[in-house]
Design a protein around this ligand. Sequence first.
Ligand SMILES: O=C(O)[C@@H](CO)OP(=O)(O)O
Length: 328
Amino acid sequence: MATVVSHHLISSIASPHSPSNSKASLFPKEPFNLPIKFRQNRCFKIEATTASQTPVLDPLLSPSKTTPHKKKSNEASLILIRHGESLWNEKNLFTGCVDVPLTEKGVAEAIQAGKRISTIPVDLIFTSSLIRAQMTAMLAMTQHRCKKVPIILHDESEKAQTWSHVFSEETRKQSIPVVAAWQLNERMYGELQGLNKEETAERYGTQQVHEWRRSYHIPPPKGESLEMCAERAVAYFEDNIQPELALGNNVLIAAHGNSLRSIIMYLDKLTSQEVTSLELSTGLPLLYIFKDRKFMRRGSPVGPTEAGVYAYTKRLAQYRQKLDESLN
Ligand SMILES: O=C(O)[C@@H](CO)OP(=O)(O)O
């Protein structure tokens, strides 16, 4: 696998709301600068219960349907990271949705990626539901100079929400919400999962295996084509991530070779032909700026010592300056 993006075209926790009554002050209303979908889910649950039940059932519930989401900026950064090398990358096995962890090299790659993005703002993190992407996001954030703690949101049940609640506003401000979504998972590789890639090419032919791996429309046996993967990954991006960027929230996505290829296809408006030659290396961060409803690709940040990184936008330069000042 190439060590760089080798496509020719690819050259707060914030604002908790003030409590409206004394009971609510015990149960802060907005735990994080929650991703919009989560706010909506929570609002739906408010409607499904009575006012007096609300704090008991879910102290995280927010009155956000009555509180407009304040736009922080007309610009936001978006970082994409493919997970570091996994144990099955190392063994050259088709992985897809099998949930395998990182190798030691993968851990080092994730840490290195973290160093490279350590001065780029991150307000929200999205990962797939697979451990290799989650490890990557968490390890990368250990290097971030903001020193905030990434915290995985547990929305799978009311109990999970309630039991993972953070009761200190100050602590919440020093945290970054992490949303894990299966829609960002790797392409489901069907009956190829667990097979060796080289042996599969010997058995079915290089051309056939290349089509299964890189064509847009052709699915591997009983698996997803890139087109099918794009349908759920891009829909998730449009419904859950893009609205956050539009509000000025800076987002990091840690996901997979093919789920990210489909998102990059959307961001860069690649054709189904062009995306076939897009390869992403493990652990390589890619930066986009979202402004005026457009995505501008800014390449792969080299690291905090690279002057060019801060020249991407004035806002990034200001963020870096703020980090420097807070350390002095
Ligand atoms: O095995 C997989 O799940 C993927 C990513 O590692 O492989 P490929 O690059 O062949 O799509």
